[in-house]
Unconditional design. Structure first.
Lengths: 260, 260
DNA sequence: TTGAATATATCCATAATATGGAATATTGAG
DNA sequence: CTCAATATTCCATATTATGGATATATTCAA
């Protein structure tokens, strides 16, 4: 008599995890978690304690309150250590940071967000640059983020923008238009003058699979003064070179070869 | 006819996650995940696709293979703030790194492991020092790790050492004895000369809750030459001062919490 | 290309599993 | 200390996950 797809328990566990992730710094009470997820307390308790025993969730200090657990840290770093995108992109990030002196980011898509997977600071890094490793922005807001969005299939772009409209508008920025995104695809990179932090500019190039699906983006942040038109060309050229490097390295792993 | 405690589905999902985390660099096939977890393929598929839709797991490139997903990075960041420990310890780490010039770590327990939550390098940091952020060592191996272990309840220590025996012995190190751990508790810090990297020494102090449970440890790594007996005293004093700072900050924050 | 072999995805009857109301224990505020 | 709020445990019930069988997709060799 049910209509769910057969993963109710898991769905609830994930909801719990998200609820705990959104909790204030010093944790949430079980009762609040249960309410937030709209599940009964005994059920929430069963799930939460199991998550706790796996380390995905932990108690805050001596209290009963829940917070995210350190196991998440290990898992995230394990995915980094494997020869995934992060490992393959790191040399490029380092080179770009050293050569440009600016701040370089590796962004990937995660649901409706773009997440910062890695960051390397050059000598002239602006302290105020936000993107920390693990940080996220809605797809469509920010240079790297818009770049990834631009290379997604058209219908997915629409869905994503619909889902992110309120968040993006709340930030005071306009939604990227189809024309803007087509322009990004046409020239192979995006360039953006930040309206939130005066004098800051961003450049980004996509990282694509052989099939053309966006794996992520390389983004670079600098002050406007450090990026006059002629230097911009040089920077973009460097980024495109590294982008090709990464794409080759990624597709070189046999597994990624094109089906069909 | 089973005897599990009512979380089979969740347990399997977690097993899947771990299996995928342990996978080689370019992901695992569904069939292998299923086998590793000893569950049937349809079940593995159902769980895996649900994990995928939440971003905890992703496909490698264009292939069908699974790897850990970017959502973990976001959660890991949030978990770092779990209990506020990282935020509260960072100023201390910075001070210690600047004042000592050495390499300072914040370690916390995660199951049978101690995980590096944060690291700050001083001017004299030894490149070869291993602990990356997110890196883990078995509880009982390494200065910070042994320190955390020493302050855990006696029976937990035994369980943990039993569970870690093979891993620790495989590293060529002896298991820490009860006497050694009692000594650490008695003097409030541990000191260890590395046998793996010649000339490297480590010092660590615990971070305890008001109830005496270990939240984690501050650890410092330096060359033997940089830590003669008299300087060691100074360093330990500095670390203990910062430790108290953190403990106060942590226990203070909880008082401010208002129930809804 | 083609077709065999292998892997992934879907279906659905069945029974094992998660569920949540009620009872009990613990915590924390006054 | 007392009481109310919260966490934890218990267990009969039926909702939910399960996995054998099957369909579809992908890979590989020739």
């Amino acid at each position: 008599m049910t209509r769910t797809s057969g993963t109710q328990a898991l769905e609830r566990a994930i909801a719990l995890l998200e609820a705990i992730a959104n909790a204030p710094e010093d944790g949430v009470k079980l009762a609040d978690v249960a309410e937030a997820c709209a599940i009964e307390q005994p059920t929430a308790h069963r799930i939460a304690t199991r998550l706790e025993s796996s380390g995905l969730v932990a108690r805050v200090g001596d209290s009963k309150r829940f917070c995210l657990g350190p196991r998440l840290f290990q898992l995230a770093m394990a995915s980094a250590e494997g020869g995934g995108l992060l490992g393959k992109a790191r040399p490029s990030l380092l080179r770009l940071a050293v050569m440009s002196g600016d701040c370089v980011f590796l962004m990937v898509r995660s649901g409706l967000d773009a997440v910062c997977l890695d960051r390397q600071d050059g000598d002239y890094t602006i302290r105020s640059l936000t993107g920390r490793i693990g940080g996220a922005t809605p797809l469509g807001l920010g240079t790297g983020s818009v770049t990834i969005l631009s290379y997604l299939p058209a219908e997915e772009r629409l869905e994503i923008l619909a889902g992110n409209r309120t968040r993006i508008e709340a930030s005071g920025h306009p939604l990227p238009t189809e024309e803007e995104m087509a322009a990004i695809r046409a020239c192979g990179h995006s360039y953006e003058v930040s309206t939130t932090i005066a004098g800051v500019v961003g450049v980004a190039v996509p990282i694509l699979t052989p099939k053309g699906r966006p794996l992520g983006a390389l983004a670079l942040g600098a002050t406007e003064a450090r990026l006059p038109a002629d230097r911009l060309d040089v920077i973009v050229a460097m980024m495109e070179k590294e982008r090709r490097e990464i794409e080759q390295s990624v597709s070189a792993s046999r597994v990624l070869l094109e089906p069909r």
